[in-house]
Design a protein around this ligand. Structure first.
Ligand code: TRP
Length: 339
C-alpha cells in the first residue's frame, strides 16, 4: 500500500490538564513552533474529549483549555500559519472515533500500557472512554489524513495502534483511504526532568513546586528555581560522556542546550570546567530571557478570554473544511445512507 499519495500534514494534541511547565514547552510546544516554520500544514489540538476520560471539574477544564491555547500561541504557534483547535469544537473527531471503536479490537486496546497504568488494579471502575482513548486519538489524526505526528516516547504504542486501525479499515473496506502515520518521537534531549530529582520527569503532579518551572512563573521565580535546582558537587565536564550517572547535571545542561538551540556537546564545549556556582546564574539568565516573553504573553492572553475563544472558533471552522469531507467519504465507504 502506498503512503506517498498523501500530502504531508502534521497533527499533534495535548491534554488540557492545567499547569503548563518547561517540560511541556521544550518537549512539545517549542518543537511544534519550530516545525511550523518548515512550511508543512500543521494542526495542533487541545484534546478536551480525552481529558474527560478521567473526572474533570467543569470550571477547571474550561480554564485549562484556554490556558493551553494561550500556551500554544505564546510558544510561537501562529494561528495564521497553523490550525489551532479544541477537539470538542470539531465534531468529526468524535464521529470518526465511533467508527474506529468498531474497527479496533478489544484485545488491541487491552494491551495498551497507558490503559493498564491508568486503569490500575480497578479496571472495572475505569470509564469506557479511558479504554477507548486510543481510538479517539487515531480519529484525531486520521480525520485530517495527517501523515506525521510529533509525540513523546510514551505515545509510540498509541501511534502503532493508529496504524493498525488505518490498515484494518483499508483492508476491511478494500480501499487505500487512511494513511499509515509516521511517529516523530521526541529525543531524550527534549525530555525535561524534575529540578529536584534528575531521574523523574518534570511533572505538574510533583508535590514540590520547586521541581518545575511553570509557564505562569515570573522572571524572579524562574531564576530562583534554577538557582535552587539540585546539582552535584563536581564541575561540568567538557563532553557529553562526562554526564553519565549525573542526572541533575545532565538535566540542567539539556535545558541550557534546548533553550539556546544548541547541542549538548556545543554547550559543554563552552561551559566545560565551570562549577555550578557559575553555570546556574548563566542558565537562570538564559531561562529568564527565553521564557520571560512567553510567560508574559501567556498572562496577556489569559486575561483576554474573548480573543482566545475567537481564535478557537476560527480554528474549528478551518479544521472542518478538512474534516467534513473526510468524514463524508468515510461514511460513503462504510455504506451510510445520506453521506
Ligand atoms: N494522547 C496524547 C498524550 O497524552 C494526546 C493526544 C490526543 C494526541 N490525541 C492526539 C497526540 C493525537 C498526538 C496526536 O500526550
Amino acid at each position: 500500500m502506498s503512503e506517498n499519495q498523501f500530502t504531508p500534514r502534521v497533527f499533534s494534541g495535548i491534554q488540557p490538564s492545567g499547569d503548563l511547565h518547561l517540560g511541556n514547552y521544550l518537549g512539545a510546544l517549542k518543537r511544534f513552533a519550530d516545525a511550523q516554520e518548515q512550511g508543512v500544514q500543521s494542526i495542533y489540538c487541545m484534546v478536551d474529549l480525552h481529558a474527560i476520560t478521567v473526572w474533570q471539574d467543569p470550571a477547571d477544564l474550561k480554564k485549562s483549555t484556554r490556558e493551553l491555547c494561550a500556551g500554544f500561541i505564546a510558544a510561537g504557534i501562529d494561528p495564521e500559519k497553523s490550525i489551532l483547535i479544541n477537539q470538542s469544537q470539531v465534531p468529526e473527531h468524535a464521529q470518526l472515533a465511533w467508527v474506529f471503536n468498531c474497527v479496533a479490537r478489544m484485545g488491541w486496546m487491552g494491551r495498551m500500557t497507558q490503559w493498564k497504568d491508568k486503569a490500575g488494579k480497578n479496571a472495572e471502575a475505569a470509564s469506557l472512554g479511558l479504554f477507548a482513548y486510543p481510538a479517539l486519538m487515531a480519529a484525531d489524526i486520521l480525520i485530517y489524513h495527517a501523515t506525521h505526528v510529533p509525540v513523546g516516547e510514551d505515545q509510540k504504542q498509541h501511534l502503532e495502534l493508529t496504524r493498525d486501525i488505518a490498515a484494518k479499515f483499508n483492508h476491511d473496506y478494500d480501499v487505500d483511504f487512511f494513511p499509515l502515520v509516521e511517529p516523530v518521537i521526541e529525543g531524550a534531549a527534549t525530555r525535561v526532568m524534575s529540578l529536584r530529582d534528575g531521574s523523574k520527569k518534570m511533572s505538574k503532579s510533583d508535590p514540590s513546586p520547586a521541581s518545575r518551572i511553570n509557564l505562569t512563573d515570573d522572571a524572579d521565580t524562574i531564576a530562583k528555581k534554577i538557582r535552587k535546582a539540585k546539582t552535584d558537587p563536581d564541575a561540568l565536564p567538557s563532553e557529553a560522556d562526562g554526564l553519565k550517572d549525573r542526572p541533575e547535571a545532565r538535566n540542567l545542561v539539556n535545558i541550557y542546550a534546548a533553550l539556546s538551540d544548541q547541542t549538548v556537546d556545543q554547550v559543554l564545549a563552552e561551559v566545560g570546567g565551570q562549577q555550578f556556582g557559575t553555570f546556574k546564574p548563566a542558565l537562570a539568565d538564559l531561562a529568564v530571557a527565553k521564557m520571560g516573553p512567553i510567560t508574559a504573553e501567556m498572562s496577556r492572553l489569559m486575561a483576554d478570554e474573548v480573543e482566545i475563544d475567537r481564535i478557537l472558533a476560527r480554528g474549528a471552522e478551518q479544521a472542518r473544511e478538512i474534516t467534513a469531507p473526510i468524514l463524508k467519504r468515510t461514511y460513503e465507504i462504510i455504506g451510510m445512507v445520506g453521506a
